[in-house]
Design a protein around this ligand. Structure first.
Ligand code: URA
Length: 222
């Protein structure tokens, strides 16, 4: 939230600059609000996110990819960021990686894709599908945090190292920790391989399948 507030202050300074100010003396009793509250409804949050220009990715995106699915989902999948197909369609995981993710959800876990919620760490496509920069993650993370707060999933599946480490603010090796039960703000967190990695490394699909079975067993527990 601190980074979002700083980014908002920066945006305000850019606005002043666009009006012609080059230096502003401190104005007594003038205060930029220290805390910024995101909307507490999913529809309101989506409106805010669709109008976001807090980072460089806003300049090159075609569409903001907010996320989609059941707002009361028990399980939420978190990817890295939109690719080309997602940027064009404004929907998460609709390209080749998305087809594989849908199969993992429906065939291995045994729930419908629409019954889960799918979102990304950053909501706008990084150019050439590069890994999002830490500053881009920092600007965008409050949106994902709010989505998680509103959905209250029992289980979060972090797809790949970027999703896992951006959520936890750590530096885990996905090779070492995939398939282990972790925790994020009271929800269970399971890291697994990103579907794009699985497309490039099909031999890792058996481990990902085992992770899906663990997810299934956790969802069946009650
Ligand atoms: N890869 C991701 O991480 N997210 C998407 O939405 C699509 C591909």
């Amino acid at each position: 939230m601190k980074n979002l507030n700083l980014a908002l202050k920066l945006k305000y300074l850019h606005y002043l600059k666009s009006l012609g100010f080059c230096y502003v003396k401190p104005i007594k009793d003038f205060e930029i609000k220290e805390s910024f509250e995101l909307p507490s409804s999913m529809a309101g949050l989506k409106t805010t996110v669709l109008g976001c220009h807090l980072c460089e990715l806003a300049k090159t995106r075609t569409n903001v990819v907010f996320g989609e699915g059941n707002e009361n989902a028990r399980v939420m999948f978190v990817g890295e960021g939109p690719g080309e197909a997602e940027d064009k369609s404004a929907k998460p995981f609709v390209g080749k990686a998305g087809e594989l993710l849908t199969k993992m959800i429906e065939n291995a876990i045994g729930i419908k894709r629409e019954d889960a919620y799918i979102a990304n760490i950053v909501k706008c496509r990084p150019p050439n599908n590069r890994v999002p920069a830490p500053s881009e993650v920092a600007s965008c993370k409050p949106y994902l945090e709010k989505q998680i707060e509103l959905i209250k999933p029992e289980l979060i599946v972090a797809l790949g190292a970027t999703a896992l480490n951006s959520l936890l603010g750590q530096n885990h090796s996905i090779m070492k920790v995939r398939g282990t039960l972790m925790e994020y703000k009271g929800a269970k967190l399971i890291p697994t391989f990103h579907p794009s990695f699985l497309l490039r490394n099909p031999s890792a699909k058996k481990e990902a399948y085992a992770d899906m079975l663990l997810i299934k067993s956790l969802l069946w527990k009650h």
